[in-house]
Ligand binder design. Structure first.
Ligand SMILES: O=C(O)CCC(=O)C(=O)O
Length: 210
């Protein structure tokens, strides 16, 4: 059964949309030229957006081959190519604001949006880097807006054997993984045995990064 969503007491009022980035983003440099930026509570009205996305996105279940078996991917997915219309205008606003804020450092705009729905604590994503495209060989950025119930996003050096960092993100928090992060570090959303409400992750990536 899906978990029950509880809104944040901080996300009340009529304000909605992305808040300021300049002066509110905290950067943590990591080993091997990677870094993480955090902007807690970036999106005002995040809980209402969460409810709309939950109801309005055509969520897809996927199955993947794991060794000899085909198994359910433990989360629901939706993917928006750069030519696709995003499901909510506030996501266009957020993507454009990120493109502007990181313009000099990234050198190109964010283009695609991947959405994941973690229905409850049993949904998860295993350790990985986004290395299907240019992230395998080039520095890049992946910007994630986290909506709904906070879940830990874990980060560790690729292959393990190093510190594991933990960011509990939900209710409109923004995290950006940058530099060499996709090829020299791995990230994961672990399963939880606790009864947890649902979470949606919105990932913006530049062209050719998957
Ligand atoms: O849920 C998240 O924030 C992470 C998603 C992720 O790592 C991915 O889809 O590649």
């Amino acid at each position: 059964m899906d978990g029950v969503f509880q809104g944040s007491l901080l996300d009340v009022g009529t304000e909605s949309g992305p808040r300021e980035l300049a002066g509110h983003v905290r950067r943590t440099p990591l080993a091997h030229g990677a870094w993480v930026d955090l902007r807690p509570g970036w999106l005002a009205g995040a809980d209402a957006l969460f409810e709309r996305l939950m109801a309005g996105v055509p969520w897809r279940a996927e199955r993947r081959r794991m060794y000899e078996r085909v198994v359910d991917v433990p989360r629901l997915l939706a993917y928006y190519r750069e030519s696709d219309r995003l499901p909510e205008p506030v996501l266009d606003e957020a993507r454009d604001m990120l493109s502007e804020y990181y313009r000099e450092e990234l050198g190109e705009p964010f283009r695609t949006a991947g959405l994941c729905l973690y229905r409850d604590g049993r949904d998860s994503v295993a350790w990985h880097g986004d290395r299907l495209g240019r992230g395998a060989t080039e520095d890049t950025m992946v910007a994630i807006i986290s909506l709904g119930t906070p879940r830990p996003l874990l980060l560790r050096p690729a292959g393990g054997g190093g510190p594991t960092l933990r960011y509990d993100i939900g209710h409109g928090d923004l995290i950006v993984m940058g530099g060499s992060c996709q090829r020299t570090w791995e990230h994961a959303i672990p399963k939880s045995a606790r009864p947890l409400g649902p979470r949606i992750s919105v990932q913006f990536r530049p062209r050719g990064v998957r």
